[in-house]
Design a protein around this ligand. Sequence first.
Ligand SMILES: Nc1ncnc2c1ncn2[C@@H]1O[C@H](COP(=O)(O)OP(=O)(O)OP(=O)(O)O)[C@@H](O)[C@H]1O
Ligand SMILES: [Mg+2]
Length: 419
Amino acid sequence: MFFDANPIGRILTRFSKDITILDYFLGFIFNIVTHTAFKIVGIFILMIITIPYMAIPGVITLVIMYFLRKRSITAQNDTQRIEAVTKGPINTKLGSLIDGLSTIRAYQKQEYFVDKFVIDNDINGDAMFTFHGVSRNLSAALDILSFFFVLVNAYMIVLLKHHTDSLDLVLASISLQFSIEITVNFNIAVRFATEAENQMTCAQRTIEYAKMKSEDDFEKSTDPVDFPVVPTIEFKNMTMRYRKALEPVIKNVTYTVKPGQKIGIIGRTGAGKSSMLQAIFRLVEVDDDGQIIIDSHDTRKLGLHCLRKNISYIPQTPFLMGASIRDNLDPFKVHSDEEINEVLEEVHIKDYVSSLKEGILTDVGESSLIFSVGQKQLISLARAILRKNKILVLDEATANVDIETDSLIQKTIRTKFKD
Ligand SMILES: Nc1ncnc2c1ncn2[C@@H]1O[C@H](COP(=O)(O)OP(=O)(O)OP(=O)(O)O)[C@@H](O)[C@H]1O
Ligand SMILES: [Mg+2]
């Protein structure tokens, strides 16, 4: 469910950009901020020791600085947000452009898409430029501010030298020299403090991820050794929803599947058939007052591996891992090649597989392009037959194959799963 609500790009950003900033830049930035802040405080103290009157322009400068920064930071945050928002379409478009290159070329629409892409880049560039403009603007203002402060200091030294004898000339020259450094340090401190504040959003997002509730334990000490002994499935007052805020998609369903029974669930599209099956595997949790009981174990109390390993599932949209066909069928490597070839024969896909150059060792690849959806369902079925589980769950397992294959598969299911 998490992957439904979070696009893969966003997750990757969390684990690459955000973590890099946390691990490396943030510490570095805080280091600079504290370093320069202490330096400024030191110089201030030195100035005040030399000429106590300097406390007055000092405080005024700090107050003005505070307001300048406050005003600027709002603008910086806004422009940075706009920059981030306008970057989204560029990334998304780049992805779909690369995927659709051949289509674009076929229709000779290169220029059209290049133009669109340039426009997106332009908008993003505007936002970026404004952001840098705003932060430079603050720098310039701070420079002018500290310039006046240094000027006042210099003027005071000259003034006091002329009119009194109390001025310590050695201290005065040191303070004059250091006051020039204030200009640079002021700027660095404020810029990096702003930067630190901005980058703390990465920390916030990472904490959000860290606090996320994960799936239940994979193994539990209470897991039965043999599960299920008697394959009954009992739905009790089962209500489920995809997210807390959403309406339930299944309401208050109660029924029992007895051992050896074959139950079909019929419903219109979107009625909740797939959802009900997902609930069995706890891909989605049912509401607290409902229960799914398999062989007198409440599924909620079982370790996820115990539950999922022992029920075979052919999903509506079949999924293969980026590994060889053999690994997909037998991930735990407990079956022989002969057994695997046998099940491939049973689901009528052996001819196709052996026509591939490397046979069952062929790599399915990340995008599983060597199989059609129907063929993937057949592979899933083969996997189910191989596992010999007592419970088999089919979600329109033959939705994507032709009628002839459909009847062949039905025959296979009837013989292989007759018990
Ligand atoms: N990931 C999801 N997040 C939120 N709602 C969902 C999600 N998946 C399904 N739904 C909602 O749950 C309801 C039931 O969907 P489900 O996929 O279970 O239907 P189905 O009976 O299997 O339909 P079909 O025959 O088309 O496969 C739908 O109304 C849908 O809007
Ligand atoms: Mg469905």
